[in-house]
Design a protein around this ligand. Structure first.
Ligand SMILES: Nc1ncnc2c1ncn2[C@@H]1O[C@H](COP(=O)(O)OP(=O)(O)OP(=O)(O)O)[C@@H](O)[C@H]1O
Ligand SMILES: [Mg+2]
Length: 234
């Protein structure tokens, strides 16, 4: 039986602007199976970020139901959602959003502190993740002193450092060159295969679709196509 980490049941998100209603997400039902790599694709404005923000518990649906790890969290308190987000989710935003007055390593250490990692452990884990991302030597740079790609790699390290069970990544490779994009998605693949984490990632990059187990295509706030590959372990 499928073991779903996230289920969405007819989830909608409306935005109101003056007299206009925008149905950014317009009735999405989907299951994200534990230990799978999922890609969400679709044209600009199709609703990918809006959907991801609801899965990330940053935003709430206007309507519909949502479960996390088998528990109905549709009406969960802000406190409960914050706690899940801090300890069990890793989030990479579309616009990197490093904390501008903190160096690379401080950004990662800060995320670890929010997740409740003890101070003596933080530096070691932060350096380890910056090393994995290939930017250890930039650890004392401020965000403004790094390239877009380097900032993106800090953001990825920051999202993964507390070892979340679910990683949500909004176009994490859009600032990276092709080679680094492949390094990142190969690393994501390995995290899924070896550590059993679950990933939901949005992308426009057709070259990296192959790495995913499931590909969901959005159009006008709806999922219009769902391709599930067989999980071949080899
Ligand atoms: N806060 C908001 N207020 C009003 N409308 C919004 C808001 N956020 C998003 N929208 C609208 O909702 C729709 C979906 O936006 P969303 O950001 O989810 O698209 P996307 O698929 O992530 O696009 P992109 O590929 O450009 O990142 C768009 O029409 C957008 O203009
Ligand atoms: Mg977006």
């Amino acid at each position: 039986m499928a073991d779903n980490i996230i289920t969405l049941d007819n989830v909608k998100r409306d935005f109101y602007r003056k007299s206009e209603v925008i149905h950014a997400v317009d009735g999405v039902s989907l299951n994200i199976e534990r230990g799978t790599f999922n890609i969400l694709r679709g044209k600009s404005g199709s609703g990918k970020t809006t959907l991801l923000n609801m899965i990330a518990m940053i935003d709430r649906p206007t309507d519909g139901k949502m479960t996390f790890n088998g528990e109905d969290i549709t009406n969960a308190s802000d406190k409960k959602r914050d706690n899940i987000r801090r300890t069990q989710l890793g989030i990479i935003f579309q616009n990197t959003a490093l904390i501008a007055h903190m160096s690379a390593i401080e950004n990662v250490e800060f995320a670890l502190s929010i997740a409740g990692i003890k101070s003596q452990e933080r530096k070691r884990q932060a350096i380890n993740w910056l090393d994995i991302m290939g930017i250890k030597e930039r650890r004392n740079h401020m965000p403004a002193e790094m390239s877009g790609g380097e900032q993106a790699r800090v953001a990825i390290g920051r999202a993964l450092a507390h070892e979340p069970i679910l990683l949500l990544a909004d176009e994490p490779t859009s600032e990276l060159d092709t080679k680094t994009s492949f390094v990142v998605v190969d690393m994501f693949r390995e995290l899924v295969d070896k550590q059993g984490i679950t990933i939901v990632m949005t992308t426009h990059d057709v070259n990296i679709m192959d790495v995913a187990d499931n590909i969901f295509t959005m159009e006008d706030g709806r999922i219009i196509d769902e391709v599930k590959k067989n999980n071949i372990i080899g």
